[in-house]
Design a binder for this molecule. Structure first.
Ligand code: ZN
Length: 314
């Protein structure tokens, strides 16, 4: 099974050589060997981590685009083609990519599917707000593990191990990239903690569209409430919305935050009816486009922490 990507690479190489000889220009073996390795990640956050960690020259694609919602992603034939040409496919796991098994099957991809969240201590206990926990259409565990920088270290370890196994000759480069990335995670974690520790105790309750910040909240001591559960495909119930409006008034919810992947209108309505303000945009399940405020994973965490801190400290 693991031989297939190699075979494909050899085929591509053979094809190039054939083309080259047909065109009568010299093609060095070196040029053919420099064909980029292909890694396909399910969503933009994972793709960014992979770009940090994979050997230079690796082409990393993301199936779900920046600012798009991975929960309700509908793969197109072109996505199957991308998988078929991949050497590694990276997923978050924990039920986040409900569409991946079918896509793998139709694409014919026989290589390794790397689960980045492997080893994470999952947040599976029902959030108080969900009553009996397992809501219709909702996974049994919270998939948004990347929102805790401590978990990012696990993602980094898992991706690096998979890359080193696939490209053993590049072990030294992969190690160096891993250590450099980990150092930046450490620096950011200290800064984020410092920033969020300064938020007064009684102002640490906020609302987002869907329940994507459970791990972030547990790690940094902020209580996130949401009208939607861990997934985004179902409309929140009128009762859940009414309950949030009551909570804003009774429990002093300081601010609501819209998400880059969600329609902001429901949150705007809840804020208005509860008499609270919109504190800004948080990036939950996708990065911003290049040039935006959360174009990388580390920038995303930094942006979210700064946005929360500015809205809750002032
Ligand atoms: Zn989500």
């Amino acid at each position: 099974m693991t031989d297939k990507p190699k075979t494909m690479r050899l085929q591509r190489r053979a094809m190039l050589v054939t083309l080259a000889s047909g065109a009568c220009w010299p093609l060095h073996a070196q040029t053919a060997a420099a064909l980029p390795a292909r890694v396909v990640a399910s969503f933009s956050i994972l793709a960014d981590m992979a770009r940090e960690l994979a050997p230079a020259g690796t082409e990393v694609l993301s199936l779900v685009r920046p600012d798009a919602d991975a929960h309700v992603f509908e793969p197109r034939p072109a996505d199957g083609k991308r998988l078929a040409q991949a050497e590694l496919v990276l997923v978050n796991g924990l039920g986040f990519e409900g569409w991946i098994d079918r896509l793998v099957k139709v694409s014919g991809f026989k290589g390794r599917l790397v689960v980045a969240s492997q080893g994470v201590v999952v947040r599976g206990a029902p959030h108080a707000q969900h009553g009996h926990g397992h809501r219709h259409g909702q996974g049994a565990v919270d998939p948004h593990a990347w929102q805790d920088l401590a978990h990012a270290r696990l993602y980094i370890a898992n991706l690096s191990a998979a890359f080193a196994q696939r490209w053993p000759a590049q072990q030294a480069e992969i190690d160096a990239r891993r250590l450099d990335y980990l150092a930046r995670v450490d620096t950011l974690e200290r800064r984020v903690r410092q920033q969020l520790d300064a938020i007064p105790r009684q102002q640490r309750r906020v609302i987002t569209s869907h329940d994507a910040f459970g791990y972030f909240g547990a790690a940094y001591g902020i209580d996130f409430l949401a009208p939607q559960g861990w997934a985004t495909h179902s409309e929140p119930s009128a009762a859940a919305v009414a309950k949030l409006i009551r909570q804003i008034r009774q429990q002093g919810v300081k601010a609501l935050f819209v998400e880059n992947i969600s329609d902001p209108r429901l949150l705007q309505r809840i804020a208005q009816e509860g008499g609270a303000k919109i504190g800004g945009t948080l990036y939950s399940d996708a990065l911003s486009a290049a040039g935006g405020p959360a174009a990388t994973y580390l920038k995303m965490i930094e942006h979210n922490a700064r946005t929360l801190s500015q809205a809750l400290t002032g």
